[in-house]
Design a protein around this ligand. Structure first.
Ligand SMILES: Nc1nc2c(c(=O)[nH]1)N[C@H]1C(S)=C(S)[C@@H](COP(=O)(O)OP(=O)(O)OC[C@H]3O[C@@H](n4cnc5c(N)ncnc54)[C@H](O)[C@@H]3O)O[C@H]1N2
Ligand code: MOO
Length: 410
């Protein structure tokens, strides 16, 4: 088999950005089921939140100017004319020289513009001694302070977080239109790869790591996962199982058999799934060079290298942006990098992007990224690591103390 012509990371990422989009139409879901999903509509509030001005403390609703100059030695005197109840509109408006008792969250009476805290007053029958002056708006949330009527609160392409659901609830939105979760299918290949539950391994066998790591990551990033199991290195069986799973999913992942060995059928299987076929066969990275990406009838198909560290790093690098595209997510929402300094020199080759596993150390002078070295077949090196540092293809390496960005491994 002829050796592949590799693409750079940025070429590969632009292919992903250009070639793929959401495959299925948006669905309407109750907000409680929408956390982690991507909005397919802009959200404009039909109401103001809160819809009434309310107190943020227990105290007395007043007109701020009636308290001016009040102090411990020279208290102001106001008439207590009412007591506001929680969840009810005040019965009377507030006039000059008056105060009304108000609980935290209570509705401000018309005429009042601020609240004096209970700690700063003394009640003597219907007379209130005020020992502290307040400014207009003090201890008050005004109607519409949180959300204005007609305000654009979120736009399509945003992944819903718990706080976003909070705003939707506050404005009375019970349902939202979101992109359906993409369905990712995973098929592992290799005569030596056996299921996790095999107790006694025969010589040469390894338990399947990639289906588990890739499946869990896909789920973390909003996908539903169908595990296709393990297929042997036999073209007919592999092609048939891949075709079957491909029909059920939006995105097919094939693990292993992506390199150039004579029994590595992945690229042929991918090519046979549909047009236009293989877009990327090999990327200029270390690890992960034998990564393949195809497009078949609009759906992505990715061939990951068998070595578990390479498979997971390549999945994160290319399949996560792809999953984002399939969910309609805006690109800027995926960046979760931390700044740190590298703890030692790390050499690299020009023309290739290197991905270095690192753990983080908080030192007196800031955050340091400490490289975790080891072959890409050693999954435990990723357990030890907190993130990945990229060494760009134009660099010969990074020097101790150099500022780096760390892509966090969640
Ligand atoms: N002559 C060359 N040989 C290799 C090259 C090369 O450029 N020239 N590239 C190497 C690199 S880099 C990688 S990465 C691997 C990728 O090979 P494949 O994608 O074909 O993967 P396999 O050969 O099937 O497996 C590699 C390794 O990983 C183990 N493996 C496979 N699947 C799993 C799994 N699901 N869970 C756990 N471990 C798995 C497998 O047993 C092998 O040990 O090719 C190099 N060779
Ligand atoms: O590039 Mo391979 O993916 O080192 O193990």
């Amino acid at each position: 088999m002829k050796f592949f012509k590799v693409k750079t990371v940025s070429e590969s990422l632009s292919i992903i950005a250009d070639q793929f989009r959401p495959l299925r139409p948006p669905v309407q879901l109750p907000i409680a089921d929408a956390c982690g999903m991507v909005l397919a509509e802009d959200i404009v509030s039909g109401e103001q939140v809160p819809h009434f001005s309310r107190s943020t403390v227990d105290g007395f609703a007043v007109r701020a100017r009636d308290t001016y100059g009040a102090s411990d030695s020279l208290p102001g005197f106001l008439d207590i004319t009412g007591r506001i109840e929680m969840g009810k509109a005040p019965e009377q408006l507030l006039k000059e020289g008056q105060a009304q008792a108000i609980p935290t969250g209570g509705m401000l009476p018309e005429g009042a513009d601020s609240v004096v805290m209970i700690e700063h007053v003394e009640e003597i029958d219907d007379l209130l001694n005020v020992y502290r002056q307040v400014a207009p708006g003090e201890n008050v949330i005004r109607a519409g302070d949180d959300v204005q009527q007609g305000e654009l609160v979120m736009t399509a392409g945003h992944r819903l977080r718990p706080q976003d659901l909070g705003v939707l609830s506050a404005i009375g939105r019970t349902e939202v239109r979101v992109f359906p979760r993409p369905i990712v299918g995973i098929l592992s290949t290799g005569d030596e790869v056996v299921p996790t539950d095999k107790k006694q391994l025969a010589p040469g066998e390894v338990r399947d790591i990639n289906s588990v790591t890739v499946g869990a990551t896909a789920q973390q990033y909003g996908a539903k996962v169908i595990q296709g199991g393990i297929v042997r290195d036999d073209y007919e069986t592999f092609a048939a199982r891949a075709r079957q799973l491909f029909e059920e999913v939006d995105f097919l992942i094939l693990s292993g058999g992506s390199s150039v060995g004579t029994r590595d059928f992945t690229v042929q299987v991918m090519q046979a799934l549909g047009e236009p076929g293989v877009l990327i066969h090999g990327v200029a990275t270390k690890p992960g060079k034998p990564t393949i990406l195809a497009k078949a009838n609009g759906k992505p198909v990715m061939g990951l290298p068998g070595h578990p560290v390479s498979a997971l790093i390549m999945f994160r690098l290319f399949a996560l942006p792809l999953l984002d595209k399939l969910q309609g997510l805006r690109p800027c929402e995926t960046d979760t990098r931390l700044s740190a300094k590298i703890s030692r020199n790390v050499p690299s080759a020009v023309g290739r992007t290197d991905y270095i596993r690192v753990k983080l150390e908080e030192r007196a002078d800031g955050l340091w990224a400490v490289p975790v070295f080891g072959k890409s077949g050693l999954i435990s090196t990723l357990v030890e690591s907190e993130g990945i540092v990229e060494i760009g293809q134009n660099k010969e390496g990074i020097i101790e103390g150099e500022a780096v960005k760390v892509y966090m491994l969640s």
